[in-house]
Design a protein around this ligand. Sequence first.
Ligand code: IDP
Ligand code: MG
Length: 148
Amino acid sequence: MERTYIMIKPDGVQRGLIHKVIERFEQRGFYLKAMKMQMVTKEHAEKHYADLSSKPFFAGLVTYMCSGPVVCMVWEGKDVVKTGRKIIGATNPLASEPGSLRGDFCIEVGRNVIHGSDAVESAQHEIGLWFPEGVCEYEHALQKWIYE
Ligand code: IDP
Ligand code: MG
């Protein structure tokens, strides 16, 4: 089963949107495999967004990510990386469809509430980066009611 790394950014936490994010993934049928709240160090934020280090907004992005606690999660399920990106919406919230998290809860690209891995390989990398301790392995009671 595929896994993705989902993170509620500092604005999402401060604005009381943690439950909204969990609700969208949980109600769809995805399984929560790990979750924690933490402050992010500059070094860790820079590692997470290393591929964007040459962008003009990089320094601001790192400051944003370190401005308050984030909620880190691993979600599991069929095609969860791609479907998770759909649940989240486009990078720029003004281009996000209503019904997506960014389309419903934010306006600016630099305050876009949530992160989601963009590919299976980056998800594996990000899960390792944020959960070196591993995730919670357990049996899912609803498996046969969600998957045929
Ligand atoms: P994604 O979060 O939809 O995968 P990325 O292109 O990977 O988008 O960018 C990572 C994050 O960097 C975005 O979620 C957003 O917070 C921030 N970002 C991207 N483009 C801009 C920009 O043009 N100005 C300010 N922040 C940006
Ligand atoms: Mg990205």
